[in-house]
Design a protein around this ligand. Sequence first.
Ligand code: KG4
Length: 338
Amino acid sequence: MSIYILGIESSCDDTSAAVICDGCLKSNVIASQKVHEAFGGVVPELASRAHQQNIVPVVSEALRQAGIDKKDLSAIAFTRGPGLLGSLLVGTSFAKGMAIGLNIPLLDVNHLHAHVLSHFIKREESDDVPEFPFLCLLISGGNSQIVMVRSPYDMEIIGKTIDDAAGEAFDKCAKVMGLPYPGGPHIDRLAKEGNPDAYKFSKPHIPGLDYSFSGLKTSFLYTVRDGLKNNPEFIKENLADLAASLQSTIIDILLDKLAKTPQLKEVKHLAIGGGVSANSGVRDAIQKFCDKRKIKAWIPERIFTTDNAAMVAAAGYFKYLSKQYCDLSLPPYSRVMV
Ligand code: KG4
């Protein structure tokens, strides 16, 4: 009998539901919340309300696109954390209610593990997947981590940001230039037309494998402030060069730590994941980084870089196979619990 897993993701501002059958993706529905654009960032209260409005139609649509009835489901996987608590509560409560109603197991998924395991979302049974152990550079709006992945359940964070995440650096600098939220995709687009060597921004000197992006943000702000003093049209006239220089600095910071990772010698595969892994410059740089070291690069389809339930269902499938079911009394958590 086929194993059908429903995945539910509601950790931030995307309501998503997906169905996988015996490990292969059947549907992945994502309702992105536009309501936050006017505020220049995610408003937690509004996010929870939008999840409440979206969750029923999104789950129904995922089941419809998969061509199954809810009674065909084997288990329900949901994002338990980390994320915005109000948002997580919507997905958690919905998943629990549905699992109780259908009398099927519940599988709790760590959102960051799901990003790493997004490389195990298969379109076809024959699709390749990364070989354990592998390294993953996890770069999103809330996290920048280097993760050593030994198995679907054994992940060690060997480097992480001590302040802002890479995505925040993109978004906050974009805001300084008056670009809409989230700024990352706009910087990506503009960077293609600009000179990456036009401006030099400061890079952190943090020991070990940890990241820091707050200094870059300040350096960027000062460059723009000084430029505007002499020329009120400074941003407009230099938008593409500022974007290209910022993107190239963020990539240098990310790759510099990756190159110093001792575990690089232990792995044959390296993956990237999280929203910032959609960035064209990051994707090209990672491919070159891996080619140079004869390591296989795993670069996710763009749809699986930002928040999606397909990765939650894929992570849940591993748990289902090893019968790691979730107790119905477990609450969501907002901060990382590895
Ligand atoms: O993983 P994600 O969807 O949400 C979190 O869990 O944080 O990542 C969102 C982040 C935002 O900071 C957004 O600006 C960034 O990913 N992002 C990008 C690109 N697409 C999304 N950053 C740079 N270039 C992109 N193309």
